[in-house]
Ligand binder design. Structure first.
Ligand code: C2E
Ligand code: CA
Ligand code: CA
Length: 510
């Protein structure tokens, strides 16, 4: 209960509120991040597939040219030169063709007679060789397709320009690389012979089943965030909205969980409500006739809390019933061992409220309380404040009848401040009237109040009710009340409300 809301408590609540707002947003961002990664991965897979398709199409033309030329291998270069050139002019993507005999290139579409050693081992799977360039264009990448059968061989060369074009066009935002054997080509048309780099985001690698080359696709660092930034702004707004709602719900729930009734439920379970005892003395002899049990909240942080600060909340939430039950058990456990020092029936006053009169549970509570003491050792007096008098219903009649049968007595507390009729006093078989301390305080000060006081005393005598004067602080008040035949007195003059141990100790000295 935030009697004095402490800053650290508020700080903690603030932190929980912020967390309950931020956590869903963070979780949402993580999910969106994973979603973006998946979308990017799908995109690179598609890009790699498309690149493979394009490269295969180009290589198909070169393979066809090589197939058509292969039977000519071995023939005199002069006779077949034209056929080689025809393939170059006819075949798109075919830049040059060569004939091979016995691992030697002997005829070229460009030079005619030509001589160069060919090592079939350089070709990936015997088929493809990616080169940085050739004699004619040393800086333009080429991809050579080789077909061989026995001593016969035919080569068809694909211009790297077409390849890098595909890498650039399809993978506009993607990093796209073509790998053939140990070499690879980047979109800028350069051939590299170092290890193939791995694109940092959403890497996909696909190998052509027909030609054995590999395409690697991926995105540069930070692409996931860039993608989220461009694709998900509406989802981000939604996330922020949810974050705010969730934070607000967290805040409200916390407020509810730290509501007075929730905090009191906790305190009840922790046994923080303890009885204090204020002695009530006989008007004539001033010896102790009993005590009123006054509840205190032994709060772990706030210290001892006065009842008027929490009893209204307890009544409002209905918690006052279990709280009173706990108070009565506590009281019985404290006083029962000291019962031997009671001089005649000791009056124990317990304050009850209208909430107690809604059912018959109070009867059981009183029975349990009385059973802790030897018969006749105490008088249990239930104090019901006049300010909130109860409706006479079938249940209340039953309740008060059963209480009477048990021997429980009834006192009307704060008498004079409400407006109970004589009929009311009779209906509930009241035993005591407790004169409110405001009248006692006026003794010797205000004539009108003194008249009311005198009337109450007179009335109680006529109705044969015991009378208790509350808030007696001075000798003058005590003398006046005693002289007017008030049976019982209660107030700081005779003792303040005190904790159980202190009260038992004081009781033994009386
Ligand atoms: P109440 O039943 O009228 O209790 C008497 C109040 O007057 C007590 O205040 C007591 O400490 C105070 N008092 C006693 N003698 C003097 C005096 O000489 N001078 C002055 N100025 N005050 C004196 P406390 O303990 O703060 O209790 C306040 C009220 O809280 C009680 O008034 C009662 O209505 C309620 N209360 C206390 N304990 C319980 C409880 O267990 N259950 C219920 N339902 N209400 C309780
Ligand atoms: Ca009282
Ligand atoms: Ca009172």
């Amino acid at each position: 209960m935030p009697l004095n809301a402490k800053t650290h408590k508020r700080g903690k609540r603030m932190a929980v509120t912020v967390l309950s707002g931020v956590l869903p947003v963070l979780l949402g961002v993580v999910i969106l991040y994973m979603q973006a990664e998946r979308a990017l991965k799908q995109s690179t897979e598609l890009t790699a597939e498309e690149a493979i398709r394009q490269f295969e199409l180009m290589l198909d033309r070169n393979a066809q040219a090589a197939r058509e030329l292969l039977p000519l291998a071995g023939q005199n270069c002069k006779d077949v030169k034209l056929a080689l050139r025809e393939q170059v002019t006819r075949g798109p993507f075919v830049r040059a063709t060569n004939l091979v005999w016995d691992d030697s290139i002997y005829c070229s579409s460009l030079f005619g007679d030509y001589h160069e050693k060919l090592s079939a081992g350089d070709y990936s799977k015997g088929r493809l060789l990616l080169m940085k360039g050739n004699l004619v264009t040393p800086d333009t990448a080429i991809l050579v397709y080789r077909l061989g059968e026995g001593k016969q061989g035919a080569l068809s060369t694909l211009d790297g320009y077409h390849l890098s074009n595909v890498l650039r066009m399809i993978g506009r935002k993607t990093i796209l690389l073509l790998q053939v054997g140990p070499n690879w080509l980047s979109a800028d048309g350069k051939v590299h012979d170092v290890a193939l780099p791995v694109p940092p985001v959403a890497e996909s690698k696909l190998t052509s089943t027909r030609y054995g080359f590999t395409v690697a696709a991926g995105f540069p660092e930070g692409e996931t965030w860039r993608y989220m930034n461009s694709e998900y702004p509406p989802l981000f707004s939604l996330l922020i909205f949810f974050g705010v709602v969730s934070g607000a719900i967290g805040h409200v729930l916390q407020k509810r969980s730290s509501s007075p009734s929730h905090e009191m439920q906790r305190a009840l379970e922790a046994g923080e409500f303890v009885p204090y005892f204020q002695p009530v003395v006989h008007g004539d002899t001033k010896t102790w006739s009993g005590a009123e049990v006054l509840m205190r909240w032994n709060h772990p942080k706030e210290g001892l809390v006065r009842p008027d600060l929490f009893i209204p909340f307890a009544e409002h939430s209905g918690l006052i019933v279990p709280m009173t039950r706990s108070l009565m058990r506590h009281t019985a456990a404290l006083l029962a061992p000291a019962a031997a020092s009671f001089d005649g029936p000791f009056h124990i006053g317990i304050n009850i409220t209208a909430s107690h009169c809604k059912d018959l549970d109070l009867v059981e509570d009183c029975r349990e309380f009385l059973s802790a003491f030897a018969p006749g050792a105490i008088h249990l007096v239930l104090e019901l404040t006049e300010r909130e008098l109860i409706e006479p219903t079938a249940i209340t009649h039953q309740l008060f009848e059963q209480l009477r049968t048990l021997g429980v007595m009834i006192a009307i507390d704060d008498f004079g401040t409400g407006h109970s009729s004589l009929g009311y006093l009779r209906q509930f078989n009241v035993d005591f009237l407790k004169i409110d301390q405001s009248f006692v305080a006026m003794i010797g000060v205000d004539a009108l109040s003194r008249h009311i006081l005198d009337s109450i005393i007179e009335l109680s005598a006529k109705l044969d009710l015991g009378i208790v004067a509350e808030g007696v602080e001075t000798e003058e008040q005590s003398d006046y009340l005693a002289a007017h035949g008030v049976n019982f007195l209660q107030g700081y003059l005779f003792g303040r409300p005190m904790p159980g141990a202190e009260f038992i100790n004081a009781l033994r000295h009386h």
